[in-house]
Design a protein around this ligand. Structure first.
Ligand code: NAD
Length: 396
């Protein structure tokens, strides 16, 4: 075992280490938030694909600590090796297991490539051995690439506009300078590859697998996550390559709903979640500047939500009853982000912001701090001068 003093190694949107105790504190705080909203006795079994960070971790926490469900979580994370720390998602998963065990909640985790047939077979075996059919499937993957299980080809996703090149304001995450960026349009192949990675095919494969194996319970729900976002990011997000993939996911889901309805009386939804600071969203040009404005604007409006607040709303206000959807059948957890007064204030600030007046219109310092907290740094109450055990055991 190896004790280390762990200091952040973060550049731009890339973090190469994580603090195990900071990650643990953040998982415990999300559990606390969930418990405060009340612990139900619905129980059941939840399978969360992409369960170690962001929306997937929050979903797993709400399923377990809000409903009392047994959970199986899949993710792709790296354990500590030598003096190198594990990834934040790995430490989050370890912390989740410790807390679940203490609470007497069954929990299993599989660390591997969720796009692969091998990992899917392990999920089937784990469900058969320990849990039985699932009543909630949450699909929360965010990945830059996917090796297709049938062709063996690896597809890379890109974050580019489709149609015209995109020019817009963006923040340089290293210097804090507000710059104008121009991003050339994606090729047809890049659009198709991004759909392969982040579109609906893999979600459909998960639903088919569970149906074929008899591992979806009567009345089961399957939910995948999407994003729409504001006008200022449309060119790079919603009408860009990633938006095309999300559209594919949104068009795939009603077919899954029909199949699940016929087979087990189940339901399938896309939930459009609000924009939050995660490694995935930090990598998208323009989006970090928008988030640096969105957080203070929503805080001032009293409507700010973190992933755990969004997921408590999803489970308690939608999935536990009859979900409220928009005309396209999607659950809209982004309603408060997209509220006219919030977006009008963002548009006003967006037009005015530059490097010199950044602090007046956006909270970039707050953005950076939230980003560091994703990796367990700058978490209140921790002594970062203390050496900590970086090798932690994830129950298999
Ligand atoms: P995230 O990066 O925090 O989490 C991604 C998860 O996927 C992690 O658990 C990771 O281990 C797992 N993963 C990645 N590749 C994998 C693989 N090959 N096999 C197994 N696991 C793998 O992402 P997030 O921001 O929480 O996004 C989750 C979903 O929510 C995405 O569909 C995203 O588009 C959507 N969403 C995000 C936002 C946002 O602002 N972050 C807003 C709305 C919707």
């Amino acid at each position: 075992m190896a004790k280390e003093i762990v200091q952040p190694r973060i550049r731009g949107f890339i973090a190469t280490n994580a603090h195990p105790e900071g990650c643990r504190a953040r998982v415990l705080s999300q559990i606390e938030t969930t418990r405060e909203l009340g612990v139900g006795d619905r129980g059941g079994n939840a399978l969360v694909v992409g369960a170690s960070t962001g929306y997937g971790l929050a979903s797993r926490i709400v399923a377990a600590f809000g409903r009392g469900a047994k959970t199986l979580g899949c993710f792709y994370e790296r354990p500590a090796t030598g003096r190198r720390t594990a990834t934040a998602g790995y430490y989050n998963a370890v912390a989740f297991h410790e807390a679940a065990e203490e609470a007497g909640l069954g929990a299993w985790s599989l660390n591997g490539d969720a796009f692969s047939d091998e990992l899917k077979a392990q999920v089937v075996a784990t469900l058969r051995e320990h849990m039985g059919p699932v009543d909630t499937l949450i699909y929360s993957l965010a990945s830059p690439r996917r090796t297709h299980p049938k062709t063996g080809l690896t597809h890379q996703s890109t974050l580019k506009p489709t149609g015209e090149p995109f020019t817009g304001k963006s923040i340089n995450l290293n210097t804090g300078a507000v710059e104008s960026v121009t991003i050339e349009s994606a090729s047809g192949v890049e659009v198709a590859d991004t759909i392969q990675v982040m579109g609906g095919e893999d979600f459909a494969l998960w639903v088919s697998l569970l149906l074929d194996e008899g591992l979806l319970a009567e009345g089961a729900d399957a939910v995948a996550y999407s994003y729409i976002g504001p006008k200022v990011t449309h060119g790079i997000y919603r009408s860009g390559t990633i938006g095309m993939a999300k559209l594919h996911l949104e068009e795939t889901t009603p077919h899954l709903a029909q199949r699940m309805g016929e087979a087990v009386g189940g339901r399938a939804y896309v939930s459009v979640n609000k924009g939050v600071i995660t490694p995935a969203s930090a990598a998208i040009p323009v989006v970090p500047l928008y988030m640096s404005m969105l957080y203070p604007v929503m805080r001032a409006a009293g409507t700010h939500e973190a992933p755990i607040d969004q997921m408590n709303r999803l489970f308690r206000e939608h999935l536990d009853g009859t979900p409220v959807t928009d005309d396209a059948g999607r659950i809209r957890l982004d309603d408060r982000e997209m509220a006219a007064e919030v977006q009008a204030e963002i548009a006003r600030r967006w037009a005015a912001v530059d490097t010199d007046n950044l602090a007046q219109y956006a909270d970039f310092r707050g953005y950076q701090s939230e980003f560091r907290q994703l990796f367990g740094f700058e978490v209140e109450g921790l002594d970062y001068g203390e050496p900590v055990e970086i090798e932690r055991v994830l129950p298999s």
